[in-house]
Write a protein that binds this ligand. Structure first.
Ligand code: NAP
Length: 281
């Protein structure tokens, strides 16, 4: 193997939705640092192509077809991963669904479905993994959220609500499970160009450009840099971090002040008036 570092050597990482987009990038990054991977998602085609790519780099991988909405199957998959590798060190709750729809036109079923994948799926997988991590006396659970968990996100009430739930779950379980050696952390990436996001979140090139222009650092997040941040959070270098959410979004969620200054825009000169409120020039 020609992996750059071995900071995750021999660690077993179970990644839901690990065969596409950010999930696959994290699998690659963890694998290059020595981890053995479990990819779990619904599509056999995704699993096959993801595993093929990892194996071509000499990374050990187990694929498990799984719908995270089914608690019993989640428990069985986690057990199968543990039995296969004899350990379970890292769980990444990355599986999600998202699309843009105004709340008044969002079918109740669609709202429930996203909450089911993101909130329930994260809970089922976390609890199943924790039962093995507890016996090992150590483990890390990394939840992939998004900044609209705390800013809100018009057009994505289903996903924003679900991610907010996962953030609360992160902080809650971090405290409940700390004494058992289990850390629970979150990562909130900004807009990334993954096939899933590009197809469903920005409907045209113009919208894509608008998204980009809102980012103070002037670009989308790169999958590789987000996966690097994830690798740090699940490594021993972050062993004193729990219950925390790392945002990696180029400053996109931050406020623009009372004058609503856009990234790159000059801050207007404000002269102090003696007889009233200041004028903006
Ligand atoms: P993606 O490629 O569409 O990833 C979603 C993954 O979830 C897919 O691999 C999918 O695999 C899996 N999945 C969906 N429903 C599932 C279910 N019921 N059971 C098991 N697996 C399921 O999108 P992405 O952009 O890489 O997103 C990855 C994570 O980053 C998500 O948590 C997303 O919310 C978060 N995020 C993305 C962005 C962005 O701009 N892209 C920004 C902030 C946060 P199958 O189809 O094989 O089931």
């Amino acid at each position: 193997m020609t992996h750059g570092t071995s900071e995750l050597a021999e660690r077993v990482a179970f990644i839901t939705g690990g065969a596409t987009g950010l999930g696959l990038e994290m699998a690659k990054t963890f694998g290059r640092r020595g981890a053995r991977l479990v990819l779990a998602s619904r599509s056999e085609a995704h699993l096959e192509s993801g595993a093929h790519l990892l194996r071509s780099e000499g990374i050990e991988v187990l694929t498990l077809p799984l719908d995270v909405r089914d608690a019993r199957k989640v428990r069985a998959a986690v057990r199968c991963a543990y039995d296969h590798f004899g350990a379970l060190d890292i769980l990444v709750n990355n599986a999600a669904g998202n699309f843009i729809r105004p709340a008044e036109r969002l079918p109740e079923k669609a709202f429930a479905n996203i909450v089911d994948i993101v909130v329930n799926g994260t809970f089922y997988a976390s609890r199943a993994a924790a039962s093995f991590m507890r016996d090992q006396g150590r483990g890390v659970i990394l939840n992939i959220v998004a900044t609209y968990a705390w800013t809100g996100g018009p057009g994505t009430v289903h996903s924003a609500t679900a991610k907010a739930g996962v953030l609360a779950m992160t902080r809650t379980l971090a405290v409940e499970w700390a004494a058992q050696g289990i850390r629970v952390v979150a990562l909130a990436p900004g807009a990334m160009e993954t096939p899933g996001a590009s197809a469903r979140l920005w409907p045209s090139k113009e919208f894509e450009e608008r998204v980009r222009q809102r980012v103070p650092l002037g670009r989308f997040a790169r999958l590789g840099e987000v996966a690097d941040a994830a690798a740090y959070l699940v490594s021993d270098r972050a062993e004193y971090i729990t219950g925390e959410c790392l945002t990696i979004d180029g400053g996109a969620w931050l406020g623009r002040g009372v004058l609503d200054v856009a990234p790159g825009e000059a801050i207007p000169k404000v002269t102090r008036r003696r007889d009233g409120p200041p004028d903006a020039e």
